[in-house]
Design a protein around this ligand. Structure first.
Ligand code: SAH
Ligand code: SF4
Ligand code: F3S
Length: 435
């Protein structure tokens, strides 16, 4: 039996797909295929955070229905499954089942129930122990919480993933131990608000916060590096920032989703922080870890965003000098607060595209200037990729999140080495090992 799976959306969806693959391999005997035509089961793990990919879903289902083997099943999983539920089967009768993002532990059951729709967001699989499918590399994703308790005015995620529940500490630790025993060196901890860890468990649990969890995970010997995504700027208290700075296993790279630089817009987005708080946290972070890599997400043209509000976003961009930025034009989503707002607050498409272009251009300039200053800098790199032969090289990421190539040196995957940057070729960093 062959499984074809397509994964859209964020790292949580990637992890959910890994879990479904593992369950289907060990419990149902499936093996993976990259060719949908030869699959017995086709899964699309969907994302609904913006409208466009969601619109494309139905044409994609139609394509799969045309090329699939006659008896092959199609299952729609993930966030769009959660929020559209049965409607998916009504619109696309070739779909055999719909499995919401909060229900993926039921995968080996729903594949046997034709037209099954399992999308309840009250379902709690925070204590479910998923199977592992083997073939683990040196990096692994690990969930620490499910759902999201926030109500950001633009965001559909609380509707698709339900309320926030932390995964019990002993489960996280045993999973991390297992991964370490299988050769994993770097963990990426996942949750919609990782630094809100410990706020609610599904049963009695000792008090612990995110800083405490980080301390516990870093005791696992085989785990050499810890990353996490996404932390929320509101919960970046001093204890968290100090743990981030002082714990040697925590990679010095952090995602700080800004969304907007305008305190007025942040308020209508219900983000819970102001421009000043955000800049204050960045300043504290940089004072503790001067070489820290900072990433962000920005939404332009949120309803009511004026030129002045946008100028505040540009101001933060300039002042923080982000290392990575994901930027989006606001996309109205059903079941969200801003979806109901009147037409008068909507920013025109032309203005939105113009603002996005200005933002992205500025970010590119910042990156170019930053890369120039990299020559001579030292980085600790985890080797992830090797090429043998004439143009041999080793490649990996620094703890600050930069991709660095080391020509003519063949190291081992999993090695952690100190590298000094010698060249910057069109924005890609090249370095040599320093003993
Ligand atoms: N939990 C994370 C975000 C998850 S969604 C956080 O709080 O930062 C990932 C990103 O998609 C968000 O950071 C936001 O920038 C973007 N996004 C979410 N809803 C959106 C919408 N309606 N329109 C445009 N972008 C959106
Ligand atoms: Fe969405 Fe806000 Fe929750 Fe992030 S914190 S998932 S943006 S509601
Ligand atoms: Fe992730 Fe998209 Fe759902 S960003 S949480 S898969 S809506």
């Amino acid at each position: 039996m062959k499984l074809y799976i397509e994964t859209l959306g964020c790292a949580m969806n990637m992890r959910d797909s890994e879990h479904m693959i593992a369950e289907l391999k060990t419990k149902e005997g499936y093996t993976l295929t990259e060719d949908a035509k030869e699959a017995d089961l086709i899964l699309i793990n969907t994302c609904s955070v913006r409208e466009k990919p969601e619109r494309k879903l139905f044409s994609e289902i139609g394509q799969f229905a045309l090329i699939k083997k006659p008896h092959a099943k199609i299952g729609i999983c993930g966030c769009t499954a959660s929020h559209m539920g049965e409607e998916i089967i009504k619109k696309a009768p070739s779909v055999n089942f719909v499995l919401g993002a909060r229900n993926i532990s039921k995968i080996s059951e729903v594949i046997h129930r034709d037209k099954a729709v399992e999308v309840g967001v009250d379902y709690d699989d925070s204590t479910y122990v998923f199977d592992t499918a083997g073939n683990i590399g040196i990096k692994a994703l690990l969930n620490i919480s499910i759902g999201c308790d926030k109500r950001c005015a633009y965001c559909i995620v609380p509707h698709t993933r339900g309320k926030e529940i932390s995964i019990p500490l002993d489960l996280i630790l045993s999973e991390a131990e297992k991964l370490a025993q299988n050769g994993v060196k770097e963990l990426m901890l996942l949750g919609q608000n990782v630094n809100n860890y410990g706020v609610r468990f599904s049963s009695n649990h000792k008090m612990i916060n995110f800083a405490g969890l980080l301390r516990e995970i870093s005791k696992i010997e085989g785990i050499k590096r810890i990353r996490f995504t996404s932390p929320h700027p509101l919960h970046m208290d001093d204890e968290f920032l100090e743990e981030f700075a002082s714990n040697p296993k925590i990679c010095k790279c952090i995602h700080m989703p800004l969304q907007s630089g305008s305190s007025k817009i942040l308020k209508s987005m219900r983000r819970g922080y102001t421009k000043e708080w955000y800049l204050n946290r960045v300043a504290k972070l940089k004072s503790l870890v001067p070489h820290v890599g900072i990433g962000t997400d920005i939404i332009v043209a949120f309803p009511g965003e004026s030129e002045e509000d946008f100028a505040h976003t540009m101001d933060v961009l300039e002042s923080v000098q982000f290392d990575t930025m994901y930027s989006f034009i606001y996309s109205p989503r059903p079941h969200t607060e801003s979806y109901q707002w009147g037409k008068e607050s909507i920013v025109s498409k032309e203005v939105a595209s113009k603002r996005l272009a200005i933002l992205q251009d500025k970010h590119k300039t910042i990156l170019r200037d930053k890369a120039k200053k990299e020559i001579g800098h030292l980085h600790e790199v985890l080797i992830e990729n090797i090429k043998h032969g004439e143009d041999s090289f080793s490649e990996g990421r620094s703890d600050t999140g930069k991709l660095i190539k080391i020509p003519q040196e063949v190291l081992k995957i999993g090695d952690i080495v100190n590298v000094q940057i010698s060249q910057n070729e069109g924005g890609s960093l090249i370095g040599r090992c320093i003993k």
